[in-house]
Design a protein around this ligand. Structure first.
Ligand code: NDP
Length: 475
């Protein structure tokens, strides 16, 4: 009922906006209210093809030794038929369904039933109950931050099993990779459909729902801002971090174990990928409280994009380098491995330091030092849906004075390092850097559109002070 009222209100708001002759106005920042044909076409394309893309990549490794052109060439030359490829694809098995159900259930238990204890003994770590940012409806949600603990417990159990208990093989993930893909898809679609229905029938906060009136857009980008079950089960925090990101490092470990089983050794490229991606994952959990202030939690609604994306896209496509290295065990020369390690660590440093500067600046309301000096910033204001005026600041010194999204630049450098570790024989491991470049450039534009709606003329002053987005002097 509340959702229907909000839907009506949204329509009235939309009419008012159109009367004023502007696309969006302050107090309406966030996901678009109107769907243009390009967004709609992209969404329908992704809904149709993203699951096929994931299948194509994983199948190429399984049947064509990670050659992306192999299946296409075979099909075009008439050497194989789609039905042959499909018939060779492993099917959903009871074993995979059991493993996956246990995995997700275990992560739910760690998330819901074990309050954080890491913050009690790890100096500098922020865990336990933390507050998120103000939502467009003016709500401040509380979150139980215990991802680091979930990650540690899961990995301790993994290593205990691998070296001591031997209940299952450490290659279990690799060995069931395609059957598990079907399970991940089932969960991804189930959760996206559930939150869509929930948005209509029993939203957590009706004022933070958005209805564009376009079914595909609403399904993809989500209706509810922060769907929850009960007080603590937050869909966005759970699905983004666990099961997807906790699994990331386990998946890589399983690939390393497979290399060991197949070739009697783990290559230095596999170790590099495990270490660099491991740092990235650990960083995510160490900074989970900071993550509450990032776009995914602060601005994106929860739909298929996050629900299916976290269950399928992330664990399957972010781990392609490790998968590739099982089929092509690359041993890098010392100079190359040092070069790749340096690029990866430098990228990570820029990524972390930039994010840290903004976080510190926002947390202390500007009462901090950036590179040893008082921060420079632009004062700005915005209005929430109920008309309340809020004040904020945009940092213009440190890395934030170099470019408006230098954190993305660092992220891209790290992503390139993972790909380079795989050598140049195949294009498949380079998918990640291509994808991240598209994702982060699009995110830049999306974020800036949102910030411009939110801050109006103050945003213009900011872009004049920091004119470049990713690369100073270039873009
Ligand atoms: P940011 O952390 O850059 O957050 C953007 C928000 O920060 C803006 O919406 C605005 O929010 C605020 N902001 C923008 N400029 C300033 C400024 N100068 N001073 C203070 N606040 C500012 O982006 P994301 O949330 O997208 O990304 C966070 C990290 O996560 C990045 O490092 C990114 O690389 C990484 N990431 C990784 C992904 C992956 O798949 N591996 C996917 C997405 C992100 P406000 O409304 O509060 O002003």
């Amino acid at each position: 009922m509340a959702a229907h009222q909000e839907k009506k209100l949204a329509q009235e708001r939309k009419q008012k906006t159109t009367q004023n002759g502007t696309q969006t106005s302050q107090g309406q920042w966030g996901r678009a209210w109107e769907v243009d044909w390009f967004s709609l076409a992209s969404i329908i394309f992704l809904l149709l093809f993203a699951p096929l893309i994931v299948y194509y990549f994983i199948m190429s490794c399984d049947q064509y030794q990670c050659s992306l052109t192999g299946p296409l060439t075979d099909l075009l030359m008439g050497n194989t038929h789609l039905s042959d490829i499909w018939n060779k694809t492993p099917v959903l098995t009871y074993r995979a369904a059991g493993i996956y159900s246990l995995w997700v259930a275990f992560q739910v238990v760690l998330y819901i039933f074990i309050p954080d204890f890491c913050h009690k003994f790890l100096p500098g770590y922020v865990g336990g109950v933390q507050e998120g940012a103000v939502t467009p409806a003016g709500v401040v949600n509380k979150y139980q931050i215990n991802g680091l603990q979930a990650w540690i417990i899961t990995h301790v159990l993994w290593f205990a099993n691998a070296y001591y208990f031997h209940f299952f093989s450490p290659t279990i993930i690799f060995d069931n990779w395609i059957p598990l893909l079907w399970c991940a898809n089932i969960l991804g679609y189930a959760v996206s459909t559930f939150v869509m229905i929930k948005g209509y029938l029993f939203p957590t906060n009706a004022k933070d729902c958005k209805f564009t009136g376009n079914f595909f857009y609403d399904y993809m980008m989500g209706i509810e801002f922060n769907p929850r079950i009960g007080k603590w089960f937050d869909f966005k925090l759970f699905f983004n971090g666990r099961p997807g990101i906790v699994a990331w490092t386990l998946i890589n470990l399983s690939y390393a174990a497979k290399q060991q089983e197949l070739y009697g050794q783990v290559t230095n490229s596999m170790i590099l990928v495990n270490v660099l991606q491991g740092i990235y994952v650990l960083d995510f959990f160490w900074n989970e409280a900071w993550y509450l202030k990032t776009m995914d939690i602060c601005h994106d609604h929860f739909g298929w994009y996050l629900g299916w994306g976290d269950c399928v896209w992330l664990p399957y496509l972010y781990t392609l380098q490790g998968l590739y290295l099982v089929y092509h065990p690359v041993q890098l020369c010392t100079a190359n491995s040092i070069g790749i390690l340096t690029l990866g660590l430098l990228g990570y440093y820029i990524f972390r330091a930039t994010n840290h500067q903004k976080d510190l600046f926002r947390r202390t309301n500007g009462n901090c030092r950036i590179w040893g000096k008082k921060p420079e910033y632009i004062e700005c204001s915005y209005t929430s849906v109920d008309g309340t005026k809020f004040y904020s600041k945009l940092l213009t010194s440190g890395f934030w004075g170099w470019a408006r999204h230098f954190n993305y630049t660092g992220d891209l450098m790290g992503s390139l390092a993972y790909c380079l570790a795989c050598g140049f024989e195949h294009i498949l491991p380079y998918f990640y850097i291509v994808y991240m470049t598209i994702l982060l450039t699009h995110r830049c534009l999306r974020d800036e559109h949102r910030c411009s709606s939110k801050y109006g003329k103050d945003w213009k002053r900011y872009t004049a002070a920091v004119p470049y987005r990713l690369l100073p002097g270039i873009f």
